[in-house]
Design a protein around this ligand. Structure first.
Ligand code: SF4
Ligand code: SF4
Length: 88
């Protein structure tokens, strides 16, 4: 289980600053991967990122609203096969 960033993220970067495990990245100006994403392999479920997000775009995996369910896989794919694989 992990926290997940959904598509309402506006890539402000606030969450990156508070994450104790450096689990959050984005790729600037990449239309295919427009938001920030959380690495589910390294997220320790501390919730610190949730508190600072101005767009309320971060949810615990089990609590992700149905309309954003595809974003769970997108966070994982960013690190497994997307551009995030080169960052970790
Ligand atoms: S829940 Fe904690 S460890 Fe996971 S991404 Fe957010 S700040 Fe990082
Ligand atoms: S704090 Fe929220 S809006 Fe800003 S980059 Fe993180 S998830 Fe996106």
């Amino acid at each position: 289980m992990a926290y997940v960033i959904v598509s309402t993220c506006e890539s402000c970067g606030e969450c990156v600053e508070v994450c104790p495990t450096e689990s959050i990245y984005n790729i600037k100006d990449n239309a295919a991967w427009p938001t920030h994403y959380i690495n589910p392999e390294t997220c320790i479920d501390c919730g610190a990122c949730v508190a600072v997000c101005p767009t309320e775009s971060i949810y615990y995996e089990d609590d992700v609203p149905a309309e954003y369910e595809a974003d769970i896989e997108k966070n994982e794919a960013f690190y497994a096969e997307g551009p995030g694989a080169d960052l970790i």
